[in-house]
Design a protein around this ligand. Structure first.
Ligand SMILES: [Zn+2]
Length: 199
């Protein structure tokens, strides 16, 4: 689709960078922006910028946060001593939606993938080790995606804590192999967490 208006085409191309947005949707979104009034467009653009400027990572768990410590880490009503280890901050939103889990989280920011050059040093594993000690963690639920990399990472973590008195579990199968948490419904996630088993 070649618009005669270069700026409009540029906006369409920006929207197409987003996941799941093709040419048709991108065009609809671009026209929706044109339909907004000046104040709305300004607010929209400023929000985009602020999201990037002001949201960083929680110093403790590595999740997204606007403060040094995220809300979940700072929430005293959370169950102490249990950490759910996830690949990405977005996984936390999915697990929270299930409402099943009341402990805290730890974000690895990836999984072990030697082919992509991602080794233990690239992941937030030293932070995990430190937290297990300092926060007297009794259980780690390794909720990495059920992929080869996710399984390899969970085994690596198991080895990392060898000889330490800690229960290391993995959500029960039911999350289809090769899928990502993103596409699993909340009922399945609840059951998988409830039926978690030691690795
Ligand atoms: Zn946190």
């Amino acid at each position: 689709m070649n618009f005669e208006l270069p700026l409009l085409q540029k906006l369409v191309d920006q929207f197409k960078k987003l996941p799941g947005v093709g040419e048709k949707t991108a065009r609809r979104l671009a026209f929706a922006i044109l339909d907004m009034n000046d104040a709305e467009v300004k607010d929209f653009a400023e929000t985009l910028q602020q999201v990037k400027e002001k949201i960083g990572f929680c110093n403790r768990c590595g999740s997204l946060s606007e403060e040094d410590i995220c809300r979940i880490c700072g929430d005293r009503s959370r169950v102490e001593g249990v950490l759910c280890v996830v690949e990405r901050p977005s996984d936390i939103y999915i697990l929270e939606r299930s409402g099943q889990y009341r402990g805290r989280y730890h974000v690895l920011h990836g999984v072990l993938s030697p082919l992509d050059g991602i080794g233990p040093g690239e992941l937030n594993l030293s932070g995990l080790k430190k937290r297990v000690k300092e926060e007297e963690i009794r259980e780690l639920i390794i909720a990495t995606n059920p992929s080869i990399e996710g399984d390899t990472t969970s085994l690596y973590i198991l080895k990392m804590f060898e000889g330490i008195d800690i229960r290391i579990t993995r959500p029960a199968r039911g999350i289809p192999l090769g899928s990502t948490l993103e596409f699993v419904d909340k009922g399945t996630i609840s059951r998988a967490l409830e039926g978690r088993e030691p690795i």
